[in-house]
Design a protein around this ligand. Structure first.
Ligand code: URA
Ligand code: URA
Length: 202
């Protein structure tokens, strides 16, 4: 007898990924090499949301694998969080030419895919990386310097914690008190603190 079994979330994520691979909802479909769906633990407690694929990501189809991605990996490692235990995605699934800033209409077109990822993975903590994903999700024009390092309630039940984008950090070598790198290393410790608390109590 055939048993009818509901699809599990990994299967649904794979289906959404396949849909993204065929997507033509915006003009970036004509310039991309690969779509970059995102990757990681489908049961992650933390989801990181960047901006859009860069050159390396467009070439490989994987999120945060270029220079900024390597820095993100080191930021996570500094508090003993592995890339495998979290989920990593972007606002846009396709690279904007020359890494220009995503357009509003591109983000509007692409957002349902990210919304599906958020709904399926259902993370308690969303870390937005940089001003693009932060402003879009929090619907604010406040600068990332003012928003980073603070917790925001989102859609009842999730917490958003904005941080600087790793590619912004690449432009500043300094680790002096108050520098972007210093602030980011403080911020990731705060993320780790709340992550540990959530895991203790659930
Ligand atoms: N920058 C991003 O925002 N996302 C990536 O995947 C890579 C670089
Ligand atoms: N501007 C951005 O877009 N992101 C940062 O992280 C910092 C400045």
């Amino acid at each position: 007898m055939n048993t009818i079994r509901p699809k599990n979330k990994e299967e649904i994520l794979t289906e959404v990924k396949k849909e993204v691979e065929q997507c033509t909802l915006c003009a970036l479909a004509t310039t991309r090499t690969h779509t970059v769906f995102g990757e990681g633990n489908p049961d992650a407690v933390i989801m990181f949301i960047g901006e859009a694929p860069g050159e390396e990501e467009d070439r490989t189809g994987k999120p945060f694998v270029g220079k900024a991605g390597q820095l993100l990996t080191r930021i996570l490692q500094s508090v003993h969080i592995s890339r495998e235990e979290v989920y990593i995605a972007n606002m846009l699934k396709c690279r904007p030419p020359n890494n220009r800033t995503p357009k509003e209409e591109e983000m509007e077109a692409c957002f349902p895919y990210l919304e599906a990822q958020i709904a399926l993975v259902n993370p308690s903590i969303i870390v937005t990386l940089g001003s693009v994903s932060t402003s879009f999700l929090l619907q604010t024009k406040e600068s990332i310097s003012k928003l980073r390092g603070r917790w925001f309630e989102w859609r009842g039940g999730k917490k958003i914690f904005p941080m600087f984008h790793p590619s912004f950090l690449l432009r500043y070598e300094s680790r002096a008190v108050g520098s972007p790198r210093y602030l980011t290393w403080m911020d990731i410790q705060e993320v780790k603190r709340v992550y540990d608390l959530l895991r203790e109590t659930t």
